[in-house]
Every structure is written in structure tokens, then in C-alpha cells.
Design a protein around this ligand. Structure first.
Ligand SMILES: [Zn+2]
Length: 446
């Protein structure tokens, strides 16, 4: 079995060992076998990581990777514009090939930015061939992926059943589970409409389906009025809520609902930058914090913003501190004596909380013996990070893509010394560009 010994790094474990100022980390096969001040392993390949900070691989808990070829196209759109122009417009012209190249380059960019686990929330998949193309791309990228099978949201044509009245296609989820569940580093789940975007009957069907198939049901909550007001109560009365339900956004939930959902163990994913930009409202972070809970974070849309998860952590931290500071000033007439959110919390959102959202915290999201070897080497000896007083603060506030030196997923290097491993990028970027131009041109957008 391959053994890799990473030597002499500052290690942020996000686990019981905390932050180790100088440590070695031994990887055997796909697993971390030891983290200690000094490890002797003569048969292992040695990596000199002096000057580096090792962190757990980042978890991007929500992204529509199919929009990678449309980078920047939706940068100035609000949510209603986005629904009209993206879901009812651009999305409708995607072929399986378009989905493949967008998902492949999007996933490779995640690896490049230090993300080792990607929740691909795929809801532009009108045929099984679209699903197969997206999954093939995720497997090809080598990222640890959770494929959340969703459904498209086109404007209904005359005589057509609107998307919000269509139960989730269970047979297709079953096929994907049969063919792909557990294949390499892939897991399959369901991206459902939920009561905000569907009728009660559809939400009941979809939640039941997820429970029976043993998959996570993730849903968007918020952005305009709910299709089924009171739907959540009906779903709870049927016993359909629990740890397997993941709410994305969620601003319009009232305090009582939020408290109840936390009690039921449901998880929450915020896409802070996308939410701020498109008009959702403020991320749920602070309201969850009052209930002793925390969100995972996601990029959501590369058609709007950058795919870099450290940026997401920083943005989410900034908006919550700002909200808390303003609230304190309004109540007390002065600046608060200290900050609410710490850098440690922000790093947890993009590591351990993402792992929790996927119910995989025993395997990923932190560094400890027995866990999967998903990790990132950050070059902390560059001009933008020296001197290093507080490694966690340096990662959250100073590190950028320029510092992401190496990325390992399940014991295999996906990025080394600043370069993706084994990827011929030029033809893929050319294909992505051609796909993006074709899609945009089909709708007359320049
Ligand atoms: Zn989304």
C-alpha cells in the first residue's frame, strides 16, 4: 500500500488534536494513520512541508456545477432575473455534453481551490443521459462527490404539467443508486423541490422517497412566496422530517420553525455571497448560532461568483459580524467589546459542517488517524501570509488560491506544487469555452 509522510507542517486538524505548530502526518492508502510531532516511516514517500499549513480538505456543500461554462453571465442578476433567464432560458439548451464539460471543469476548479468534497446539486438534467454525463465528469475529476439528483425548472408550455406538480422521478434515482452509489468516491442523493417550490403532494412524495431510499433530501427554501404555505407542518406531522433533510438558504423560516428544525436534526447550508447578491436576505448563520448550530457553506453559482470556498468562509464571516456589530450598536450605542464569529468557526463551516451535512463527519472534514486522507497544503511562507502568528486566522483571512500548493483526496495527490496532477487542461478549457458560447448565443445574450 502507498505510504506518504508529510513532514514539518503546521497542522490544523479541526479534531481532538487541535492545531499542531509542527507535526508529521502519515497517510497509508486512502487513510490517515498517524499525526504526531515526529513520525518515522522509512518506506513512505516523504514530502517536505516546511512552511506549509495542512488543513482538512474543504467541503463545498452546495453548487450547481452545470453553470461553470456560464461564469459571470448572471453576475448582475437578481433572483427573479436568474429564474427567468437561467432556469427558463439558458438551462433549456444544455446537451449532455454541455453538462459533462461544465461539471468536469467545475470539479477540477474545486480541487484546484482546495475543495476535496463537492455537493453537485444537479437540476438541469432532463434525460438520464444528462445524469450519466455529469456523473462521468465527477468520476473523471477524481473529487469526492455527492451527486444530488434534481429536476429542471422550465416555464411550463401550454398543456404541460408544471414542474412543481411533478413528483421526483424515483425510478431514475433508483437507477443512479444501483449503478453509481459508492463507486470510487461518489455518493448519490436527491435534490428535491420541497414545500417552497412544489405542491404538498409532491413534497410528501419526495420526502418519503428519500427516507425509503436512505438518501439525503436537499431543497431550496426561500426566494419569493411559498407554493405550499403550511407545508412544513404537514410534513412534520407525517414524521417526514429529520437528519436526512438539508435546507439551503432558508431566510424566510420563522424562529419557531428554525428552532423546531434544529431539534429534529435537520441540516442547513448557506450560500452567503450568492444570497447577498441575488436578494434572498441575510444568511442564516447568526440565527442558527443562537440555537447552538452552524451551517455548512456552498458556492452555489459560478455563473455569479468565484468557486473558491475560502472566499465563501470569509464572506459569510464578514456579513455575520457586520449584522452582529450593527445590532449591538443599535442596542447599546457603542461598538461591541469583541467579535462574535471567530476564524475557527468560519473554518468549521467549510470543513466539519460540510461533512455533517453529508452525514460523513466520521470520515471527512477533519484530520485524525482513521479518517480519509483528504487534505490541503497551504504555502504559508509566501509574502501574503508571513509572519504566521495564528494559523487558523491566516488561513481564513489571508490565504488565497496562490497559496493552495497541494491537494490530496483519499490518499492521492490531485494537485502538487501548484499544478493539477494528470490533467490536460487546455483542450478542456477550449471545450468549456465553446459550450458556453453556444449556450449564450442560443438565447441571444452577449
Ligand atoms: Zn442553489
Amino acid at each position: 500500500m502507498t505510504r506518504t509522510l508529510i513532514q514539518g507542517a503546521t497542522v490544523i486538524t479541526m479534531d481532538r488534536q487541535g492545531v499542531l505548530p509542527r507535526a508529521d502526518l502519515l497517510v497509508t492508502g486512502d487513510t490517515i494513520t498517524e499525526i504526531a510531532p515526529t513520525i518515522v516511516a522509512d518506506d513512505a514517500e516523504r514530502i517536505d512541508a516546511t512552511g506549509c499549513i495542512v488543513i482538512p480538505g474543504l467541503v463545498n456543500a452546495h453548487m450547481h456545477t452545470w453553470q461553470t461554462a456560464l461564469r459571470g453571465v448572471a453576475a448582475n442578476w437578481t433572483l427573479p432575473e436568474y429564474f427567468r433567464k437561467m432556469h427558463a432560458g439558458l438551462a433549456t439548451v444544455f446537451t449532455p455534453e454541455d453538462l459533462h464539460i461544465a461539471t468536469l471543469v467545475g470539479a477540477l476548479n474545486q480541487l484546484n481551490c482546495g475543495t476535496t468534497t463537492l455537493v453537485d446539486w444537479c437540476h438541469n438534467n432532463r434525460t438520464p443521459a444528462h445524469n450519466d454525463a455529469a456523473i462521468a465528469a465527477l468520476l473523471e475529476s477524481g473529487i469526492r462527490a455527492a451527486f444530488f439528483h434534481g429536476t429542471p425548472k422550465p416555464d411550463p408550455k401550454p398543456g404541460e404539467t408544471p414542474f412543481w406538480e411533478l413528483p421526483h422521478p424515483r425510478a431514475e434515482v433508483e437507477r443512479l443508486l444501483r449503478e453509481h452509489q459508492g463507486r470510487d468516491l461518489l455518493s448519490v442523493h436527491a435534490a428535491v423541490l420541497g414545500p417552497h417550490y412544489s405542491t404538498l403532494e409532491v413534497a410528501q412524495h419526495d420526502f418519503r422517497m428519500a427516507r425509503e431510499l436512505g438518501v439525503i433530501a436537499s431543497l431550496h427554501q426561500g426566494g419569493g412566496p411559498a407554493r405550499t404555505p403550511g407545508g412544513w407542518l404537514a410534513l412534520e406531522q407525517e414524521g417526514l422530517l429529520g437528519e436526512q433533510i438539508n435546507i439551503v438558504h432558508g431566510h424566510a423560516l420563522d424562529d419557531a420553525q428554525l428552532a423546531r428544525f434544529c431539534e429534529l436534526g435537520m441540516s442547513f447550508s448557506a450560500a452567503a455571497e450568492s444570497e447577498m447578491s441575488q436578494g434572498h436576505g441575510h444568511p442564516l448563520t447568526g440565527r442558527l448560532r443562537k440555537l447552538g448550530r452552524a451551517p455548512s457553506l456552498g458556492v452555489d453559482l459560478e455563473s455569479v461568483l468565484s468557486g473558491d470556498m475560502l472566499t465563501q468562509a470569509r464572506v459569510a464571516l464578514g456579513i455575520q459580524r457586520s449584522l452582529d456589530n450593527v445590532a449591538f450598536r443599535e442596542a447599546e450605542g457603542s461598538i461591541p467589546p469583541t467579535s462574535t464569529i471567530t476564524a475557527d468557526e468560519a473554518l468549521a463551516w467549510v470543513t466539519v459542517q460540510g461533512a455533517r451535512m453529508l452525514r460523513q463527519e466520521h470520515r471527512i472534514g477533519s484530520l485524525a488517524a482513521g479518517k480519509q486522507a483528504d487534505l490541503v497544503l497551504i504555502r504559508a511562507d509566501l509574502i501574503n501570509m508571513q509572519p504566521l502568528h495564528d494559523p487558523v486566522a491566516a488561513v481564513v483571512f489571508q490565504a488565497s488560491l496562490a497559496n493552495i500548493d497541494s491537494v490530496m483526496v483519499a490518499g492521492r495527490w490531485k494537485k502538487r506544487a501548484g499544478e493539477l496532477v494528470g490533467v490536460d487542461l487546455a483542450p478542456r478549457l477550449a471545450a468549456l469555452q465553446a459550450s458556453g458560447r453556444k449556450i449564450v448565443a442560443a438565447l441571444g445574450l452577449k
